[in-house]
Design a protein around this ligand. Structure first.
Ligand SMILES: [Zn+2]
Ligand SMILES: [Zn+2]
Length: 426
């Protein structure tokens, strides 16, 4: 059987025992040495040991949790350092990629320029060839003709001079273009060298980064193991906390039953006749009624009447006794006074709360208080401030969970009644 199953069985067994063992308190007072009271007192002692044992186990666990947490933090800092190194390498790789990209762009541009110049050379050659062919053909008809067609010797000289000049001009263009190409070719070689060098640097950085990534993998794995271990310890801690809370709550219920058996059903209150709204403000409203309700995807039965009001989160709203009565339970052990979407486990989710016996089988629970001001055995009058509205226990927002039970020892479903039948919320 797993640890959690064993704990659930234990809790169920405990609840079952209480349901059977704790009788509804008698209407007539009984003596302190009544065998039922002696038996309940011994059960209370057992529950005390139970709670103390769970507490001791939790204290032992706390050391392990702290140790595991410290180790996890240390490994986490290693992970962070390695990640920082990986990021630094990545920045280097990015910078090198940018440089390589720029050089590649230059290489491409130069390639294009060389292509252009080659085309220009071709064009110039073509032009020159055409001119020379034209002149040659003219000469071919008759060289003498060129000479004789010139109407003067000066003209002839001019013609020869012109031909020579054109040829020279074209030759110079070609020579210049060829020189340009040579320069570009030299530049291409240099750029290609740079590119290879940069690529080599990049390969080195990528290799270093891969090494660190590999190293990080094993540290990541170590961290995952530690985190799983820590989660397991925390689950155990929560289970022990639950056992402790259950034992405390049952202990309180026994104590309340004993109190009522000895003192009789309290005569301080007059029960149902004239209970007032325990949230004494005109703006109070029902935020969740008694009955089945759906929270998220879960439907459950809501055994109380939730009463809230604007400004409830200020945690300064008074809660008053709905009627006169005797305080049976008062607990201020929960320090989790804030909105939450799962139970902190304190007092079975009630958080800080008090229970007042208003007489005639009306026992009211005032739960999720910031603070309960009363103490067990205290007699209160209707309208007395008994605490401050809060958000302790399993509470998603500040409100009063007002619950009425006809007695404390039966199953909740059998003893709970709808508080809306007893009070009027404005
Ligand atoms: Zn709590
Ligand atoms: Zn509620």
């Amino acid at each position: 059987m797993t640890m959690s199953k064993r704990i659930i069985c234990l809790i169920l067994a405990l609840i079952f025992c209480f349901a059977l063992a704790a009788p509804a308190f008698a209407a007539d007072p009984v003596a302190e040495d009544d065998p039922r009271i002696i038996e309940m007192k011994s059960k209370i002692e057992g529950l005390k040991r139970e709670a103390a044992e769970a507490k001791q186990k939790r204290q032992d666990l706390e050391g392990q949790i702290n140790e595991a947490r410290a180790s996890a933090m240390e490994v986490q800092s290693q992970v962070n350092a390695l990640q920082a190194e990986i990021n630094a390498y990545q920045a280097e790789i990015n910078a090198l990629n940018t440089q390589i990209g720029l050089i590649q762009q230059q290489l491409d541009e130069n390639e294009e320029a060389m292509e252009d110049q080659k085309l220009q050379i071709e064009a110039t050659r073509e032009l020159l060839g055409q001119r020379l062919r034209a002149m040659y053909m003219a000469g071919n008809v008759s060289t003498i003709e060129i000479v004789f067609e010139a109407d003067s010797f000066e003209n002839l000289l001019n013609r020869i001079e012109l031909v020579t000049r054109i040829t020279k001009h074209d030759q110079k263009i070609i020579t210049d273009l060829k020189n340009d190409i040579k320069e570009l070719e030299a530049l291409q070689v240099k750029l290609e060298e740079d590119r290879i060098e940069l690529q080599a640097s990049k390969d080195e950085v990528v290799a270093s980064q891969a090494e660190i990534k590999e190293a990080k993998k094993s540290v990541d794995a170590k961290l995952a193991v530690l985190e799983a271990y820590l989660a397991k310890l925390n689950r155990e801690d929560a289970q022990l906390k639950e056992i402790e809370a259950q034992a405390e709550a049952q202990k309180a219920a026994y104590a309340a039953t004993i109190y009522n058996m000895i003192h009789g059903s309290t005569s301080e209150g007059d029960g149902t006749a004239s209970l007032i709204c325990p949230v004494p403000y005109g703006s109070a409203y029902v935020s969740s009624p008694y009955g089945p309700r759906t929270l998220g995807s879960k439907t459950s039965f809501h055994y109380g009447l939730d009463i809230s009001m604007p400004g409830a989160m200020d945690m300064d709203k008074r809660i008053v006794a709905a009627g006169a009565g005797t305080v049976l339970i008062s607990s201020n052990g929960c320090s989790h006074n804030y909105k939450k979407y799962s139970s902190c486990g304190c007092n079975g989710g009630y958080g800080n709360y008090c229970v007042i016996d208003h007489g005639n089988g009306v026992i009211a629970f005032y739960a999720h208080l910031t603070t309960s001001y009363v103490s067990a055995g205290q007699v209160v009058n209707q309208g007395d401030t008994i605490g401050i509205m809060g958000c302790t226990g399993y509470s998603t927002g500040a409100h009063l969970h007002f619950e009425i039970r006809t007695n404390l020892s039966g199953a909740r479903s059998a003893t709970n009644v709808n508080p809306a039948n007893y009070i009027h919320v404005p």
